[in-house]
Design a protein around this ligand. Structure first.
Ligand code: ADP
Ligand code: ASP
Ligand code: MG
Length: 484
């Protein structure tokens, strides 16, 4: 049997390791020397377990790389190289303050090599004058390559036996650039074969999150914010005891604290509730994160790297707040699309619409249907002109931009009609365009103008999380919450 065929065969199930903890540190948790020193402190506090570290690119670097790629592809190579130079200087300064001696020389050489490769990619982009998703994945993968090497050396300097592991070799995905999905059996096997020997001899693997590659070795990424997903993939492959997502807030909160300063930490949530929240725009977790954890029943903790002593949020299979509304989310940049059949042939139109959406990778947040008419909410309008052109003759397609989807999330929320009526009353003077109840029983959503997101979230938060009178009427404020 060839090695490749052998590799594709799923290894017999791994034993649950009560010892392995996977810790993921987001961009703000590694943004500067002080942040990386906090990471070292957190990692050292977990050394009684077998720890694996997954790191994002330094805060802002992925956006800078995107900017540099766009500039190069537009012919502005000078500006692209200047952006990359800034990224280089930032990493070198950090290396200088966190690492010394021969380790510094090694890291310095590695960073220089990587930056040279990045500059050469920018030259290619200037020549080709296009930044397609495949080239973009290659470009963005540098951010996590730099940060993971830096963090590995900083940990070693602090006395931790850390080993750098190239995530692109272990996490194998399909070729859907920009939003790739793991090929699970190959990925699991590669992660087990690479990480287990390191863990067994007392080393701590450090991987870049977000990045992966196809089985042919072409770099891919798991979608923006994908390092959370990487951590869950690693944890599932190793049957870890827990995943810790270290970020810049105290846990999953009743709403985005940037939208409403009264947001509070939710102590416990179910996988389903947390997954729903992530899908509906709560940036604190990448939407795909919970699936691998759920499959292997691995608890996920969301914790603040600036306040490691906090309890954070614990996400478990059967954690229930027992109250109607757990959280409020908001998803911006939504477009409302109306598709109207020109001849009323419904089933045929439905098939054609699904096929066109799929062909253009246009993901739909909400879809409703009545005779000869469909209403969709989509997060990206880029493909809509092409979809409209494909459906011409069958249907008319119209859309409006600058909408936001505001959602209430909670177990069985749909069976509590008083929740919808209270929520609706709270925003009735606003231009609320759609009220839809999620197919899952766990969501009620409103479409509002993007400019009204803050106001609508704050009003709903006031109704469901602050007013004692109102709270009594619909079941009380959950003891699962605590003050931020
Ligand atoms: P990281 O860089 O650590 O991955 P992110 O910026 O991706 O961090 O996610 C953390 C951010 O998610 C917070 O700063 C917060 O503004 C936002 N956020 C959105 N919804 C929520 C929520 N319900 N609870 C907590 N944070 C949220
Ligand atoms: N660096 C990537 C991003 O900014 C992935 C991540 O941070 O999780 O999207
Ligand atoms: Mg994130």
């Amino acid at each position: 049997m060839s090695a490749q065929i052998g590799e594709r065969q799923r290894q017999s199930r791994f034993e649950r390791s009560d010892d392995v903890v996977v810790m993921k540190f987001g961009g703000t948790s590694v943004e500067d020397a002080a942040a990386i020193r906090r990471v070292i402190g957190i990692v050292r506090s977990r050394l009684d377990a077998q720890a694996v570290v997954v790191v994002s690119a330094l805060a802002g670097v992925t956006d800078q790389l995107l900017e540099a790629g766009a500039a190069a592809a537009a012919g502005h190579l000078g500006s692209a190289l200047a952006t990359v130079r800034d990224i280089y200087v930032r990493h070198e300064e950090l290396a200088d303050s966190l690492v010394d001696g021969s380790a510094y020389s090694v890291l310095d050489r590695e960073l220089r090599d990587e930056f040279r490769a990045l500059e050469s990619l920018l030259h290619d982009l200037e020549v080709s004058r296009q930044l397609n998703l495949k080239a973009q994945d290659h470009l963005l993968s540098f951010g996590e390559c730099f940060s993971s090497r830096l963090v590995r050396e900083a940990l070693c300097k602090a006395g931790v036996k850390a080993a750098h592991v190239d995530a692109r070799i272990c996490i194998v995905t399909d070729g859907r650039h920009g939003q790739a999905s793991p090929v699970w059996d190959v990925t699991e096997l590669r992660l087990q074969q690479t990480l287990s020997p390191l863990l067994e001899c007392g080393q701590l693997p450090v991987l870049g999150g977000f990045i992966a590659s196809t089985c042919d070795g072409v770099p891919t990424t798991l979608g923006r914010g994908g390092s959370d997903f990487s951590a869950a993939i690693v944890a599932a492959a190793l049957c870890a005891a827990r995943v810790e997502i270290w970020t810049d807030v105290d846990g999953i909160m009743t709403t985005d604290p940037k939208l409403c300063s009264d947001a509070r930490v939710i102590r416990k949530m179910s996988f389903d509730e947390a997954a729903e929240l992530a899908h509906l725009g709560a940036k604190v977790l990448h939407p795909a994160t919970l699936a691998p954890a759920m499959r292997e029943n691995i608890p996920v903790y969301v914790l603040n790297s600036k306040r490691p002593e906090g309890e954070g949020t614990e996400i478990l299979a059967r954690a229930r707040s027992g109250y109607a509304v757990s959280a409020i989310t908001a998803k911006r940049k939504v477009a409302a699309v109306e598709i109207e059949s020109v001849n009323g042939v419904d089933a045929e139109l439905l098939r054609a619409v699904y096929a066109a959406l799929d062909r253009h990778s246009c993901s739909v947040d909400v879809m409703e249907r009545s005779l000869g008419r469909m209403s969709l909410l989509v997060s990206s309008t880029a493909a809509l002109p092409a979809i409209a052109a494909e459906l011409r003759g069958m249907a008319e397609v119209r859309w409006e931009n600058h909408k936001a989807l505001v959602c209430l999330v909670g177990e069985n929320i749909r069976r509590r009609p008083e929740v919808a009526s209270r929520a609706f009353a709270a925003v009735s003077d606003m231009d609320v365009r759609v009220v839809c109840q999620g197919a899952s029983d766990r969501t009620i959503s409103f479409l509002v103008e993007e400019s009204k997101v803050e106001e609508s979230v704050q009003r709903l938060h006031g109704i469901f999380f602050q007013q004692p009178e109102a709270a009594r009427d619909w079941g009380g404020i959950s003891s699962a919450f605590c003050q931020a």
